[in-house]
Design a protein around this ligand. Structure first.
Ligand SMILES: Cc1ncc(COP(=O)(O)O)c(C=O)c1O
Length: 380
């Protein structure tokens, strides 16, 4: 049962942290998340620091990285050592797929309908692996995997929530089967992390790849990869660089400290401190509000919108399942381009994709904003 959405007045303080809420009705978090004021302040702080003193003192640097990694890990309920910093979802997927010990002739099952990020990595970097593109949408994930399963399958790669329709997959039943069969599960989490209350201490995936430019409010160009400790022993250990090692200081660069024994070993070199500081500031806002509350607010808005779209005769492309992401994609009976333009003119920001409108509200959006959207749609 989804909780009701809080009144707009209860969200005022949160909305003040996101200047975009004063400029527009922003329902496009599946496209690009807006940077928050605390994230902007964090970035400004580190830009000033780098301008004034060039670098952070080593002790502060190590302390911050440790603290930041711990905060990021909390958004998916895991611990810091399971998180490695990356630039974007693609890099995270790349590290995951390059480390799976594929033998020539092994197979990978790939979600056919996925965003191009998965397709490009798989098609261009795994020359000796058989790629089997499998439709997952509107199907049970476990049944789909079983249908295409044979002993040559070494990995499955899917989106946790589909970028276009927002259809979300319950990972638990599929992951249970994959674990028994010794098959790696690689998940693109960019459309769920930050919107949905995930618990990686309970859900077993080997890799969860996440860019932070959407539901985590950006900026783009920073992300993270979660790696389950249980699969580390069987990985190839490729994509390793000097900052994957346990440095305690940089006075003596002739030494070669050991690699971290966990996800952190996959960090190649210098980190994007400015980007990470922003991401952490954004995540703190979410954690303070509570990820369960974040999810409830989003799903409550989505549920009201679904009913109102149905009443207007819209076709709903997002299936009604027991797991839901923050995305609601609809196709109007009328001219979709004209409706999209009217929304834009009224400063209502959504995505137009494949002749459908994708609405993706975040936890600070309000029922009042939903009313505004429907006041425009009713006139069409
Ligand atoms: C499901 C999904 N994966 C990946 C991406 C983007 O990948 P990257 O972070 O590598 O740019 C998007 C962006 O729209 C997406 O929707």
């Amino acid at each position: 049962m989804i909780n009701s959405h809080p009144e707009s007045k209860d969200l005022a303080a949160i909305r003040d942290l996101f200047p975009i809420t004063r400029r527009s009705v922003y329902f496009n978090h599946a496209g690009t998340g807006p940077v928050s004021i605390p994230a902007r302040q964090a970035m400004e702080k580190y830009i000033a620091l780098f301008a004034q003193q060039a670098e952070m003192p080593a002790r502060e640097y190590f302390d911050k990285i440790k603290q930041w990694r711990t905060t990021i890990a909390r958004v998916i309920k895991t611990s810091a050592e399971n998180i490695t910093f990356v630039h974007n979802t693609s890099e995270a997927l790349y590290i995951a797929l390059m480390n799976i010990p594929f033998e020539p002739g092994d197979k990978i099952l790939v979600m056919e309908e996925a965003f191009p990020a998965i397709r490009y990595i798989v098609n261009n970097n795994l020359p000796h692996v058989d790629k089997v593109f499998v439709p997952f949408l509107k199907r049970d994930a476990l049944e789909t995997i079983k249908k295409h399963y044979d002993k040559r399958v070494k990995a499955v790669v899917i989106e946790h929530a589909h970028y276009l329709t927002g259809e979300m997959f319950d990972l638990d039943p599929a992951s249970e089967f994959l674990r028994q069969e010794g098959i790696f599960l690689v998940v693109d989490g960019i459309q769920t992390v930050g919107a949905i209350d995930l618990d990686m201490s309970r859900t077993r995936v080997d890799f969860l790849a996440c860019g932070c430019g959407k539901w985590l409010f950006g900026p783009s160009g920073i992300g993270f990869l979660y790696i389950d400790k249980k699969c580390l022993g069987s990985l190839k250990r490729t994509h390793i660089g000097w900052l994957g090692a346990q440095w305690k200081g940089f006075e003596d660069c002739k030494i070669s400290p050991a690699l971290y024994p966990d996800a952190r070993m996959f960090e190649l070199g210098s980190r994007n401190i400015i980007g990470i500081s922003a991401l952490v500031a954004n995540i703190r806002i979410l954690l303070e509000y509570g990820m369960k509350n974040v999810e409830n607010n989003i799903l409550a808005l989505k549920e009201t919108m679904r009913e109102r779209f149905l009443a207007l005769g819209y076709d709903i492309l997002t299936p009604q399942k027991h797991v839901q992401s923050g995305i609601l994609t609809v196709r109007p009976p009328g001219d979709v381009q004209a409706i999209y333009r009217s929304l834009n003119e009224a400063n209502i920001i959504v995505s137009l994709r494949s002749n459908a409108l994708r609405f993706s509200p975040h936890f600070y959006n309000t029922p009042g904003e939903v009313d505004k959207i429907f006041s425009i749609l009713k006139k069409q």
